[in-house]
Ligand binder design. Structure first.
Ligand code: GLN
Length: 199
């Protein structure tokens, strides 16, 4: 089975590690370029994206991350991790460096203006018809995507109807919400299949 790294600079690393382990994937914490070299895929967890970005620079990981992404390594980003995978970020207080790779513009803390956190059912392409119980915590949304990006899910609630919250571009996948905080392993399973070259 493939080894899936979890970028461990900051954020909810343990939750992702547990969920991937439950799915039978080998996991490892990634805190250096050497460790990054050993993984077949990577999860970038939720947390605080400006902090994560600064730490990635400080740990000399930003360039290696961009190189692996350019090389085709599958990466799944949740929330702050989604922001890290975005080519363009709105609502950043300072110039915010990202790894990039997904041709999308995300808006930080977009839902947070209305409410800090909430849960809602979201239909996600590729994991079956049952809505996913999506947990949003000061979440970004995807403001716009390029032509190579597949939209996997949007919120259908009355307030923010149509906002994109799950996307995929090749081996790169991102969600605004936190599947690792639920008992539902379907999205992680999809990512493991992407890493295995099955999806
Ligand atoms: N608001 C955070 C940020 O902009 C993301 C929050 C999260 O990952 N739960 O980085």
């Amino acid at each position: 089975s493939p080894t899936i790294g979890v970028l461990a600079l900051q954020g909810d690393v343990a939750e992702h590690t547990h969920m991937l382990g439950d799915l039978g994937a080998r996991t490892s914490r990634v805190l250096s370029a050497d460790q990054l070299d050993t993984v077949d895929g990577l999860v970038i967890p939720g947390g605080e994206s400006t902090t994560m970005s600064k730490l990635a620079v400080r740990y000399d990981l930003m360039k290696p991350l961009r190189e692996r992404v350019a090389d085709g390594m599958p990466v799944y980003g949740t929330c702050a991790g989604m922001i890290m995978l975005a080519d363009r970020v709105l609502g950043a207080t300072t110039d915010q460096e990202t790894v990039g790779g997904i041709d999308m513009t995300v808006r930080r803390n977009a839902f947070g203006r209305q409410t800090e956190s909430f849960e809602t059912g979201v239909r996600i392409d590729g994991i079956g018809n049952d809505p996913f119980d999506a947990v949003f915590i000061r979440a970004p949304w995807v403001e716009s995507v390029g032509s190579e990006v597949s939209v996997l899910g949007s919120v259908s609630g009355p307030d923010e109807a149509g906002r994109i919250v799950a996307v995929r571009q090749g081996g790169l996948m991102a969600t605004s919400f936190h599947p690792e905080l639920t008992g539902d392993t379907r999205i992680h399973r999809l990512f493991v299949d992407i890493v295995k070259g099955l999806a």
